[in-house]
Design a protein around this ligand. Structure first.
Ligand SMILES: Nc1ncnc2c1ncn2[C@@H]1O[C@H](COP(=O)(O)OP(=O)(O)OP(=O)(O)O)[C@@H](O)[C@H]1O
Length: 199
């Protein structure tokens, strides 16, 4: 059994990593889905109330609220699949909760790319208005760092630098899912944390 969590700033490539997992038959539990579900349960439009609902859930049930609500979803996927990917951790409290639940079977992957690279890719993606607005991106980034995302990235088991081509990134994600780190060994783009040391 293996649960792989991803963390990364906006536009770093978490969605692509999740898409690679799905293509490989690995189920994906998205933390955002937990929030969307809570919106629907309470009669709010997830498109409008996503950020607000994340805050409300944390206020009501504590900082691990979203991780807590995703646990049954992950456990149910683990009944069918040996590997599950959890998309988009935000805070160290969430990381602690997953480590408590899954121990050494939980592996955290940090997807990293510089601001300018991410901003250009988001411009290209154009999923919504914030993708097109560098200031909005900075604000979103600051909000996410405010939830402790930087600390989570520092504690990752594996760091993938997504500064190369999309195909190269997808191949690195496939190798991580296969745990075939030899395939990417000696690669400047992937660093595996050794016990107690920085990656
Ligand atoms: N190596 C790459 N080369 C070119 N484009 C890339 C690369 N990696 C990701 N992209 C593209 O950049 C955009 C952002 O990536 P993605 O949606 O995976 O980011 P994300 O981390 O999920 O962002 P968010 O948190 O905002 O949803 C996407 O359109 C994706 O296809």
């Amino acid at each position: 059994m293996k649960v792989i969590g991803t963390v990364g700033l906006p536009g770093s490539g978490k969605g692509e990593a999740a898409a690679v997992a799905r293509e490989a038959g690995v189920p994906v539990v998205t933390m955002g889905d937990v929030i969307r579900k809570a919106c629907r349960e309470r009669g709010f439009d997830p498109a409008e109330h996503h950020g607000e609902m994340a805050k409300t859930l944390r206020e009501e049930d504590g900082p691990a609220a979203i991780a807590e609500r995703s646990l049954p979803m992950i456990e149910s996927e683990l009944e069918e699949s040996d590997v599950v990917l959890v998309d988009g951790l935000r805070s160290d409290v969430e990381l602690d909760r997953f480590r408590e639940a899954f121990g050494d079977d939980f592996h955290l992957v940090s997807v990293e790319a510089p601001f300018e690279t991410r901003a250009d890719r988001l411009l290209e993606r154009g999923r919504d208005d914030t993708d097109l607005d560098r200031e909005a991106l900075r604000e979103r980034e600051e909000r996410e760092l405010g939830f402790g995302m930087g600390e989570v990235m520092d504690r990752a088991d594996v760091v993938v630098r997504n500064t190369d081509s999309l195909e190269a990134f997808r191949e690195r994600v496939r190798a991580i899912l296969d745990e075939d780190l030899d395939r990417i060994g000696g690669d400047d783009y992937v660093q595996v944390r050794t016990a107690g040391g920085a990656p």
